[in-house]
Design a protein around this ligand. Structure first.
Ligand code: 3PG
Ligand code: MG
Length: 395
């Protein structure tokens, strides 16, 4: 693999695939700039070498048609400010207009192309479309880790048409950090897995059970485990068809000598609402009509103790409905525990869309070792899958 630091971009026009799929509010303002911020060093390296950067990305899921709300033009102001250089924008990503803009692009400046998913050819991985994109640059850089699990035209197929294909800083850091956790973890190694459904995370949990000392389970998925163990879970979310699976995972943890910790207690509510009545209940004795929406104080304490004693910590998935204030304490407690572990020298990685958002929102991003820019991509990497975007850089 060719890395960014091994390449001199002087006089080159680099076609850079970034993941600028960032959340925008109804006024098209960026509400979380993690992915944009992460890619700045890669872009700056190209410009500082004396090259020019042609940036391409998707935003949202526009299904092959132009949709103004998904236009990348909303990002121009942010990028100009952050890069301190001119950022040109064309309202297309292939064709004559784009080619003309590329031709006029001077070294040290940036050209931002329009959303590649305004063409259905993008997600189809269309070779002709990829070839048109490839014609725009002298060298290809892929820094879009968050989209590396997609075999799309701009993330994978396009690389076929380049002799020089370079792994960007974000991509490199993500792969290094994932490797550090999955292959070189210092012990004790603790993974915390949350989110609503076990079924989304089966493969990751199975693989983690081969590697970790402690597995902490929170979020909605915990209630499937409690139900599988014969507990009373009231009206908590449950996957009835995953009960056997939950029992299999519990058995596997036991066989492997992994300490699997479920939340002893829960914050339960009489409605899925910020204004609901709440109380604390043991997670296997939730009264009828009440649902668990966060881990409780006893669980927070146990999770905290395990996390701060660890040398490697991986966290994916929130502990509760953190978007609602009464149910944010569990997620906050885990973030705080990760921050304390980091201070004590542990390597702590937060991955996956929701947990990364939580860490940012709660102000902990600077206090953990690394916040991944990947959601699905990170999960697939942890599942042991080969990512098409990475593979394309290797061949
Ligand atoms: C993401 O946000 O998960 C990535 O940008 C990939 O987007 P996608 O799930 O729409 O392919
Ligand atoms: Mg996704």
């Amino acid at each position: 693999m060719l890395y960014l630091d091994q390449y001199n971009f002087a006089g080159k026009k680099a076609l850079v695939r970034v993941d600028f799929n960032v959340p925008l509010n109804e006024r098209f303002e960026i509400t979380d700039d993690t992915r944009l911020k992460a890619s700045l060093p890669t872009i700056k390296k190209i410009l500082n070498d004396g090259g020019a950067a042609i940036l391409m990305s998707h935003l949202g899921r526009p299904k092959g048609e132009r949709e103004e709300r998904f236009s990348l033009k909303h990002l121009v102001g942010y990028l100009e400010q952050a890069l301190g250089t001119k950022v040109h924008f064309v309202d297309d990503c292939v064709g004559e207009k784009v080619e003309a803009a590329v031709k006029q692009l001077p070294a040290g400046e940036v050209l931002l192309l329009e959303n590649v998913r305004f063409y259905k050819e993008e997600t189809k991985g269309d070779e002709q479309f990829a070839k048109q994109l490839a014609a725009l640059g002298d060298v290809y850089v892929n820094d879009a880790f968050g989209t590396a699990h997609r075999a799309h035209a701009s993330t994978a197929v396009v690389a076929r048409f380049f002799k020089d294909k370079v792994c960007g800083y974000v991509m490199q850091a993500e792969l290094d950090n994932a490797r550090r956790v999955m292959e070189e973890a210092e012990r004790p190694f603790t993974a915390i897995i949350g989110g609503a459904k076990v079924s989304d995370k089966i493969l990751v949990i199975e693989r983690l059970l081969e590697k970790v000392d402690n597995l902490l389970i929170g979020g909605g998925m915990a209630y499937t485990f409690f139900k599988a163990l014969g507990g009373e879970i009231g009206s908590s979310i449950v996957e009835e068809d995953a009960l056997d699976l939950a029992r299999t995972l519990l058995k596997k943890a036991e066989d492997k000598g992994v300490q699997l910790l479920l939340p002893a207690d829960s914050v339960v509510a009489d409605a899925f609402a910020e204004t609901a009545n709440t109380q604390i209940a043991p997670s296997n004795q939730i009264p009828a009509g009440w649902m668990g929406l966060d881990i409780g104080p006893e669980a927070r304490k146990q999770f905290h103790e395990t996390i701060v004693q660890s040398k490697t910590v991986l966290w994916n998935g929130p502990m509760g409905v953190f978007e609602m204030k009464p149910f944010a304490e569990g997620t906050k407690a885990v973030a705080e525990a990760l921050a304390e572990a980091t201070e004590k020298g542990a390597f702590t990685l937060v991955g996956g869309g929701d947990s990364a958002a939580a860490v940012n929102q709660l102000g902990y991003a600077g206090r953990v070792s690394y916040v991944s820019t990947g959601g699905g991509a990170l999960l697939e990497l942890f599942e042991g899958k080969e990512l098409p975007g990475v593979k394309a850089l290797e061949s």
